[in-house]
Design a protein around this ligand. Sequence first.
Ligand code: NAG
Ligand code: NAG
Ligand code: NAG
Ligand code: NAG
Length: 436
Amino acid sequence: MRVVVVFFTLALCAATWALDNGLMRTPPMGWLAWERFRCDIDCDNDPKNCISEQLFMDMADRLSEDGWRELGYVYVNIDDCWSSMKRDAQGRLQADPKRFPGGIAKLARYMHDRGLKLGIYGDMGTHTCGGYPGTTLDTITLDAQTFADWEVDMLKFDGCYSNATEQAQGYPSMSKALNATGRPIGYSCSWPAYQGGLPPKVNYTELGQICNLWRNYGDIEDSWGSVLSVADWFFENQDILAPAAGPGRWNDPDMLVIGDFGLSMDQSRSQMAMWAVMAAPLFMSNDLRTISSGARTILQNKMLIGINQDPLGVQGIRILKEKSGIEVFWRPLSAGASALVFFSRRTDMPYRYQSALSKLNYTSGRYQVHDVFSGKTDALKDSTPFVVSVNPSGVVMWHVSAPAADKPRLHTGGKLRGPAYYRHDDNNNDLPPAFL
Ligand SMILES: *[C@@H]1O[C@H](CO)[C@@H](O)[C@H](O)[C@H]1NC(C)=O
Ligand SMILES: *[C@@H]1O[C@H](CO)[C@@H](O)[C@H](O)[C@H]1NC(C)=O
Ligand SMILES: *[C@@H]1O[C@H](CO)[C@@H](O)[C@H](O)[C@H]1NC(C)=O
Ligand SMILES: *[C@@H]1O[C@H](CO)[C@@H](O)[C@H](O)[C@H]1NC(C)=O
């Protein structure tokens, strides 16, 4: 007998768990400075790349003029090293006057005038990771109000220079303080990344109630090894992480480094495919002024973005790890559709992987299969064998329609892996799989 699970229960529950600010019902998309531009503050010698209002205005121009904004990439996010080393006379955080002469409020207006949003960075602790003024328990209310006064739209709240006790107080307090300002501000918490990353130390139910997204793991770097280690960590811990995600509350495996220096085109497609399956926030950290057309094509792939932004908001999982080095990932989408990713860890040559949708536990029926990268469409019966040719460190990615001539049913799970842990009761206790 096949196990068929009703995902809609989850979708309904999710609404009640998420942070109630109405934001980020699908994973946020945009641009974030850190991975590509770090803490370069040398505007005298490196004016085009230093952390300054000009950098963020340049990126905003590219987002609004080069077709990014229309695809959903609307956040322009500042990371560390934006502030002055000193708070102002009233004790408020202030931008570095030389690098941000117009101040943050003016930068926020610049974004809003272009249909974009501005994100800022803070740190729960005495100092930011880069050594700038942090937010301690006694300045949380003031700093939240300062960000709201500037009309900022999102806060990434890092966790350097604080201990576990302070973090357990500080992260929920900042959530309350942001809410109290009355301005909807998306809230990204780095808390889990400072709790040793791994559950059970992290209470994901609580996180989902106080944060819109959270970093679970270390910083991504501009290399395939780094991207792979991040992806591996998320899929190895998918049993705990996937159920934590849903509309308004997302696991954040960190930035997209597509368009930088470390990834081949195949590896770039792999990062994009895995991030889409994980329902990950899509924050690019690259130079949009000089990005190659190849990288842009991958980042602007509409079907891929559609999969990432699917309104059901279910985080996908790895369903197979073959001895050949091929792995298969699956994400259920709304209206009975799904996404499949065939990924190769091989280092020799394109591998011809053979399977059938029935082998991947799809229910019987006829499916429309769209290859996300080639654009090709095929009709495929569940029982028809197929072969995909997967490049070394590359992917083949499919959007699979609901089966025709049948009620929309979803991929089933067996002992799985999948569906069983997508079902929860109102108290977030796991329910056994439903057998139909
Ligand atoms: C603050 O929280 C309340 C109750 O959870 C919610 O209704 C409201 O929309 C929130 N406001 C903001 C600005 O986040
Ligand atoms: C955490 O830091 C606070 C403030 O510095 C200190 O009072 C407290 O003892 C520390 N707690 C632990 C568990 O280290
Ligand atoms: C996790 O947080 C939720 C919501 O705050 C709470 O009800 C629950 O008891 C917590 N679980 C654990 C194991 O602490
Ligand atoms: C398909 O279902 C079977 C039996 O329930 C299970 O053992 C297997 O792991 C599932 N395969 C996949 C790819 O989900």
